[in-house]
Design a protein around this ligand. Structure first.
Ligand code: CA
Length: 268
């Protein structure tokens, strides 16, 4: 996956996130949140997508035309892109070809037509998936999650080792120094999700969406409670963290404590 650059001005922050970049030495925050570029000329659809994706913990930037969208893509390297085919300045499929010439970014196309020819041409032009209008926010987010998952270098079934921590989704077992942690189903899901994005901050809202499937319901307290149970089983606390690092006001990230020993500790 592309390493997202520091977001340019105009990114819609996930709900509850402070605006502004970080200076060197600060803990990772903004650049580690999944960013989505929305290229859609209909202002109402663009605003609705921006709102719903920000609510779900994504960092979103919109563009009303294709060429501006392409320039944002090149400058800001979003993690994924939603692309409307009917744009005022350029045919969406021509734009897709230009995108593919410069970037492997996962693209979900938004189309008003659901005929076979259109869909085949869209996929042939390099789209990773498509959504037919009208669509629900839930569907858009599910498609984005799927293309982002496929874009990740590791298979979701692959076992992951972070320091002395070993997480095996095939057996749903997590061990620390070879000792089974005895995690509950949700604790395992939470740890596994953080492990697939190790080193990166995952917002509590994203955890509610991806682990609990509750984009609107649910409270961050649910996440906090499970994180504290997980910490106890890992033999650590929020004030003396090892693997689970809280980034205050943003979320949490899983790290290899040996690899970050020299780092400034995250805010707790
Ligand atoms: Ca349009």
């Amino acid at each position: 996956m592309l390493v997202p650059a520091r977001p340019a001005a105009g990114w819609e922050r996930p709900a509850g996130r402070p605006a502004g970049g970080r200076s060197p030495g600060e803990p990772p925050t903004l650049k580690d949140v999944t960013s989505v570029l929305v290229v859609e000329d209909d202002p109402q659809i663009r605003a609705a997508l921006t709102r719903s994706l920000s609510t779900r913990g994504y960092e979103v930037r919109g563009s009303a035309n294709g060429l501006q969208g392409l320039s944002i893509l090149v400058d800001a390297h979003p993690d994924a892109m939603l692309l409307d085919l009917g744009l005022p300045d350029i045919d969406g499929l021509d734009l897709l070809a230009m995108i593919r010439a410069v970037s492997p970014v996962p693209v979900v196309v938004i189309t008003a037509r659901d005929d076979d020819d259109q869909i085949v041409r869209t996929l042939d032009a390099g789209a990773d998936d498509y959504i037919v209008k009208p669509f629900s926010a839930k569907q858009v987010e599910a498609r984005l999650r799927a293309v982002l998952r496929r874009a990740r270098p590791e298979s979701i079934d692959a076992a992951i080792t972070v320091g002395e921590l070993h997480i095996d989704p095939a057996t749903r077992q997590a061990t620390l120094c070879g000792r089974d942690l005895g995690l509950t189903r949700k604790e395992f899901d939470l740890l596994h999700l953080l492990a697939t994005r190790r080193g990166r901050v995952v917002t509590k809202r994203q955890l509610l969406v991806e682990v609990w499937d509750q984009p609107y319901g649910g409270t961050e307290n649910t996440v906090d409670v499970h994180l504290s149970w997980l910490r106890r089983k890992l033999g650590e606390t929020a004030t003396a963290p090892r693997y689970l690092r809280t980034v205050h006001g943003v979320g949490v990230r899983l790290v290899d404590p040996a690899a970050v020993a020299d780092e400034q500790p995250d805010q707790v």
